[in-house]
Design a binder for this molecule. Structure first.
Ligand SMILES: Cc1cc2nc3c(=O)[nH]c(=O)nc-3n(C[C@H](O)[C@H](O)[C@H](O)COP(=O)(O)OP(=O)(O)OC[C@H]3O[C@@H](n4cnc5c(N)ncnc54)[C@H](O)[C@@H]3O)c2cc1C
Length: 309
């Protein structure tokens, strides 16, 4: 059967956790891999939207086709049977929400994803960003990832060893390929122990980050120092961007509708009905203050559509 393009909405809002920014001139919601291929044929430079949790969209919106993968076959997942060593494979579409998958797998007594509790993401977005934190990253649990090449629309399944994962980075993001599905390898465990860990990780997140404010999580990546910073760390160490922002006196700084969180210096929050321009201007001010105080250039962790920092 020949796949047809899914309906394409025009001037459609782009839902993000920041809650600011303009519309997509065209937005498609493919239900199948064949429809996704049709969308990429229409616009090979299309922007892929996950849960919008690491995204800042410019106030003017974006011109390329935006493709959301939160429906149809992209939001299905299956939990396999344990092998003799207790390993369980979970097959999931790129649009499955991480919260949903964490709940389903921890309910089934599987260990692994509880370490990512509190991270808002679709599975595809979590994989390309290698989402994680103090308790580990998603790369720790990946068996393979299926991607679609933008130019040929061919599907390839990459084994974990073929993917280069780094700190909030992956070779998949660099290649521009679209994640369609992910296979995770989890471990059968004691359900009570897994739930206890889930609670611990969730409580840590809630106590250290402003989870209910409009943001994209950490605005900047934790930098690796190129020279010694006396009293902070030696050259080559990775230091907390939030700590540098705090010590540079930026906590609580405001620009228009944007604010540097007083709870966590690396979270920039936007007021309801706020402006992306305010967030970007504030990010530039924070970068400048940290540069002046420590000669460190903070690089954005948040992905910006339609503007640059
Ligand atoms: C309150 C809050 C707390 C957070 N805490 C953390 C944390 O502890 N650790 C952490 O790592 N992050 C954290 N984040 C950031 C965010 O949760 C992660 O970066 C997450 O991986 C984003 O996933 P997403 O599906 O929302 O991606 P989006 O924000 O929708 O997209 C991010 C990037 O991934 C690309 N992308 C999305 N889906 C696909 C796909 N299927 N194929 C190819 N490219 C794709 C997009 O094009 C974009 O470039 C937090 C965010 C918020 C709002």
């Amino acid at each position: 059967m020949v796949a047809t393009l899914p309906p394409i909405a025009t001037d459609a809002p782009i839902p993000t956790w920041f809650g600011v920014g303009g519309p997509a001139r065209r937005l498609a919601k493919p239900e199948t891999v064949a429809q996704l291929a049709q969308c990429l044929e229409l616009d090979p430079a299309a922007l892929i939207l996950g849960d919008g949790a690491n995204l800042l969209v410019a106030d003017a919106g974006v011109q390329p086709l935006v493709i959301s993968l939160k429906q149809g076959e992209f939001e299905h997942f299956t939990i396999g049977q344990p092998d003799p060593r207790g390993n369980v494979l979970v097959d999931a579409g790129a649009g499955v929400h991480l919260f949903k998958l964490i709940n389903a797998t921890t309910d089934a007594g599987l260990a692994g994803l509880e370490n990512l509790a509190g991270i808002p993401a679709c599975l595809g977005g979590a994989v390309v960003m290698n989402a994680g934190g103090k308790y580990g990253a998603i790369a720790d649990h990946i068996a393979s990832v299926t991607v679609m090449d933008r130019a040929t629309r061919a599907l390839t399944t990459l084994k974990r060893a073929q993917i280069d994962f780094g700190y909030r980075a992956s070779s998949i993001a660099r290649s521009g390929a679209v994640v369609t599905a992910v296979q995770l390898r989890l471990k059968r465990s004691d359900p009570a122990t897994v739930k206890r860990k889930l609670k611990e990780v969730t409580e840590y997140k809630k106590s250290t980050q402003p989870m209910s404010a409009n943001s994209a999580g950490c605005a900047f990546k934790n930098p690796v120092l190129s020279t010694d910073l006396p009293g902070i760390a030696v050259a080559g160490s990775q230091v907390s961007a939030g700590m540098l922002i705090d010590r540079a006196g930026c906590k609580g700084m405001r620009h228009g509708t944007a604010e540097v969180s007083t709870v966590h210096g690396n979270f920039i929050t936007a007021a309801k009905g706020g402006k992306a321009d305010d967030v970007i201007a504030l990010m530039r001010q924070v970068q400048a203050k940290v540069q002046a105080a420590f000669s460190v250039t903070l690089k954005p962790e948040v992905v910006i559509w339609g503007d640059t920092l």
